[in-house]
Every structure is written in C-alpha cells, then in structure tokens.
Design a protein around this ligand. Sequence first.
Ligand code: SAH
Length: 247
Amino acid sequence: MRKFYVIGIGPGERDQMTIKAFKTLQNVDIIAGYKKYIELIRPFFPDKEYLQTGMTGEVERCRMALDKALEGKTVAMVSSGDPGIYGMSGLVLELARDMDIDVETIPGITAAASGGSLLGAPLMHDFAVISLSDRLTEWNVIKDRVKYASFGDFIIVLYNPRSKGRPTLLEEARKIMLKSKRGETPVGIVKNIGREGEEVILSTLEEMDINDIDMFTTVFIGNSQTYIHGDRMITPRGYLEKKGKKS
Ligand code: SAH
C-alpha cells in the first residue's frame, strides 16, 4: 500500500521537531504544505522536492499531494505544531478514505505546549483550546464556546486569535470572557514561538492590547487561580493548598 505521512513540525525551530518527524522528512520523496511552513523547513532538507500552496488552498493542496502518493511517491504533508490540532490530519484522512493509501500521522509540539512553556506553567489545570477563526465555523458557535469555557473557569488558549476579515472578533471574545472572568485575570500573549521575532507579553484580560495580537500569536487566559510572579504565569495545580483537605 502507498504510504502518506502527515507530520507536525512543531512551532518552527528545528530543535522543537521530534526526531521521528525529522527522520521521516529526510526519507520522503516529496514534502507538501503551506508555503510559510515549507519556508521554515526547507533549509534543513534543501534537496527535497516541494509542493507548496497558499493558505486557503487546503483541499487542493491535499488532493495534489495524495495524487503524488497514488503515482508512487512517498509524500509528507507538513503542518506547524501538531497536525491533528487545526492542522491537515483530518482533511487528509477524509480525502484518503477510499484510496489505497496508508496515512500515518507523526505528532508535533502544539502552540499551547510550546507557548505555555515560554510563559511558565499556565496550563496546570483544565483548559479549553478555542480557535477564533470564523472561516469554517459560525461565529455564534465560537462565541458560545468562549462563553461556556469561561463560565466553567477553564484556562482558555486562543488559536487564530485574529481573523483578517474580522479583526474585532478578539475584542468581542474578551467582552464575553469578562462576564465570568475577573478583569485582573492574567493573560499571556506569545508571538512567533520558535521563530524570528519570538516575543512574550504578560497582561490582564482588562488591559491586554489587542494590537499586540496577530495570526502568529497564541493567547492564554488564566483561570480564577492563575497568577503572575515576576515574568512567569502560573496556574496552581493545588499541591501547596492540599494540606488539611481530604484527598
Ligand atoms: N497545528 C498548529 C495550529 C494551527 S492554527 C499547532 O498545533 O500549533 C494556527 C494558529 O496556531 C495561529 O494563529 C496561532 O494562534 C497558533 N500558532 C501556531 N504556531 C505558532 C507559533 N510558532 N507561534 C505562535 N502561535 C502559533
């Protein structure tokens, strides 16, 4: 059976890619992906054949890559972070459902993990990951998810925090969160993780500057216990408070 890999390359730098991802990429015939991700990895695999497309050509990109696999080439489709988290895994598996192709997914470090470690330890308790992109999801559905995750006191990690078409979505999301989270709730803004221009900004839900945030940013909003100490954002798991409580 033909082999097709869907590979997570992590946030961007080579050292945050798994050894399995790296070795597999070394061995495939063709690497396919969005051009921004291809640019990130091309220097490590300069002699490969590449198949690249723009951001919105996902279906076309996957079809082209699967066609190459059917022709007999070993193909890898790359996603930043983890391919199973707002990446290409789902679409590849759906398109390949009736094809004689064996799809293998190789995980990568998702932005919640790489960004979380730059901030400190914001995700030590239950958290919800929400994409603010309304390209494929109704804005009403997204708003409900923000509302209930916030009401449930989840730490919230926002991916795709700013849609090009509707830059005000984040402001709307902030207003929704302020209905059940305090204005002083710590916020961590992490930009260009593992890439040129990496930056960490600490703020609060009330004070965060929406202008600091673009599509290469992941935003962490704490729960009711999260605090900032120096330049670290910490959500206690409860170990130090456990004394005296029944287990
Ligand atoms: N599959 C990716 C997510 C793709 S959705 C993953 O697992 O990380 C794209 C969103 O992910 C971006 O808008 C941003 O919110 C986040 N993201 C991905 N890579 C990032 C990076 N290097 N730095 C900051 N945010 C990143």
